[in-house]
Design a protein around this ligand. Structure first.
Ligand code: NAP
Length: 275
């Protein structure tokens, strides 16, 4: 019998997850299908419970339902720390957050050291919070910078209440740069994403630090303006495609118990992006 998994989100006009997972199932000769399900804000509960009733094995949850979905599942410790689930096992109603592993695995795959390093995280939404959890657990200290500083402060204060020791503070970009010692900058904002490709989360007039690594969670375009700024200042730039693939690979492993064909998944997303 065909096994079914899928993704819920809204409006979910563009998602590369179906192509990525279906390519993986096909490559391994598995009788599984990954569906795309657009679920409006007022029926998130049904968007989770109905696939379960119809025998789906699991679902991914994307914008804007990741936080709301917490109410209808049993979140694991990681999801509780991040405050959001992006992967649900509908057999157990367990929810987890594979964005954390997606980011950290891709940083490691690119040879980026985290232990003892100082990272600036741009943004204070769900993706930024996943980055704070992943990086601090890997031994980095982080500074959260957000255009509304209050939201960054609230996020750090809230994380400090959780059981893990978090090496994190909220600062303005000016202060973070002035303090120096930045090894890594992570963009967890949509600034610079297609079609607004000339935008950058880097505030005009704040000097760009030299020789830092920028990890931009954006993967469309493959090279963002922020990534170009890093390279122009003698640094290194990595786009967010790997994070997308590795978070999907972690979900694939959870649902199927099978080792995901990561290269097939990379090729499928690159194909969708026309790269
Ligand atoms: P979110 O919860 O909506 O948070 C967005 C954050 O970006 C907020 O802190 C917001 O600041 C800030 N922001 C928005 N527009 C900005 C601008 N023009 N300039 C500066 N800051 C801006 O979104 P999210 O779920 O965290 O996702 C953030 C980004 O990460 C998105 O681009 C998403 O596609 C990407 N992402 C990628 C992956 C991947 O697999 N590669 C996974 C997850 C997310 P305020 O608080 O002031 O509004």
């Amino acid at each position: 019998m065909t096994q079914r998994v899928g993704i819920i989100g809204w409006p979910l006009t563009t998602t590369f997850s179906p192509a990525m997972h279906n390519a993986a199932f096909q490559a391994l000769g598995m009788d599984w299908v990954y569906d795309k399900m657009a679920i409006p804000l007022d029926i998130v509960r049904l968007g989770i419970l109905e696939p379960q009733r119809h025998g789906y094995v699991g679902i991914n949850v994307t914008i804007p339902h990741k936080e709301e979905a917490m109410r209808y599942v049993v979140p694991d410790a990681l999801a509780q720390m991040v405050g959001a689930v992006n992967t649900i096992d509908l057999r157990t109603m367990g929810g987890t957050n594979t964005d954390v592993a997606g980011l950290v695995t891709d940083l490691q795959a690119n040879g980026v050291e985290l232990a003892g390093k100082r990272a600036v995280i741009l943004g204070a939404g769900g993706a930024a919070r996943a980055a704070v959890v992943g990086l601090t657990q890997a031994g980095a200290s982080v500074v959260v910078v957000n255009r509304s500083l209050e939201r960054a402060r609230a996020m750090v204060a809230n994380l400090a209440l959780s059981n893990i020791t978090i090496q994190a503070e909220a600062q303005t970009l000016d202060d973070a740069v002035e303090q120096g010692g930045i090894d890594l900058i992570i963009n967890a904002t949509p600034a610079g994403m297609f079609p607004d490709v000339e935008a950058t989360p880097w505030i005009n007039g704040v000097p760009f630090p030299r020789g830092v690594t920028v990890y931009d969670m954006i993967y469309r375009p493959a090279q963002t303006r922020l990534m170009r700024q890093a390279e122009e200042h003698g640094g290194r730039a990595i786009g967010g495609l790997g994070m997308l693939v590795y978070q999907g690979a972690a979900a694939f492993k959870l649902w199927t118990g099978v080792e995901p064909p990561v290269e097939v998944m990379f090729a499928a997303v690159r194909g969708e992006l026309g790269e």
